[in-house]
Design a protein around this ligand. Sequence first.
Ligand SMILES: [Ca+2]
Length: 67
Amino acid sequence: MAEEDPQEKADRERIFKHFDTNGDGKISADELGDALKALGCVTPDEVKFMMDEIDTDGDGSFLMRSI
Ligand SMILES: [Ca+2]
């Protein structure tokens, strides 16, 4: 496994924290939806589709390591 670029990791953490508005270390469907809707580029159906793709364990949220 290749060494991870610290800058990329920092960027990913920053983005994750931007989405994780309540700071519990998980991004819920609501948090993802709010963040994406704030960008004005997605519909609720699209958010659900993305969650289905990302939320592999089906608990309604995903963790930092999933990204
Ligand atoms: Ca959260």
